[in-house]
Write a new protein. Structure first.
Length: 131
């Protein structure tokens, strides 16, 4: 069982501009621990050359010994060729992995049935709605 929480109100004021690579999110954090910052943003995917939506949440996962452990969940969303929203995510115990490591891992996964054109259009429309 797991429990995760995301609140856009908790996003960092120092969130990078949407055209920055996500790897800049914890660049100043030199420890092995993630920054524990929430982020939700569109980024340019380095393989598919289109915008994707990237966000994280922190939550607890119950172990077999009924102990809970804090985890970070990084989600990647995109549009498929049938214009459905697809999501993949990577989960990690925050004491073992940094946010940048999780982002690197999720950006190297294949995105089944991705439509770069529909993903760009979808995220452009969301950006226009926010302005």
């Amino acid at each position: 069982m797991f429990e995760a929480h995301f609140s856009p109100d908790l996003l960092s004021e120092s969130e990078p501009a949407s055209n920055d690579l996500p790897l800049t999110l914890t660049q100043n954090n030199k420890s092995s621990q993630p920054s524990n910052q929430l982020f939700a943003k569109d980024v340019q995917h380095p393989i598919y050359n289109c915008k994707i939506w990237l966000w994280n949440a922190f939550g607890k996962r119950e172990s077999t010994a009924n102990a809970t452990q804090l985890h970070e969940f990084v989600h990647l969303e995109y549009k498929t060729k049938t214009n459905e929203t697809a999501t993949i995510f990577v989960e990690s115990s925050i004491k073992n992995t940094t946010t940048n490591m999780i982002i690197n891992q999720i950006l190297t996964r294949p995105l089944p049935d991705i439509s770069p054109e529909k993903s760009d259009k979808w995220l452009d429309s969301l950006q226009n709605a926010r302005n």
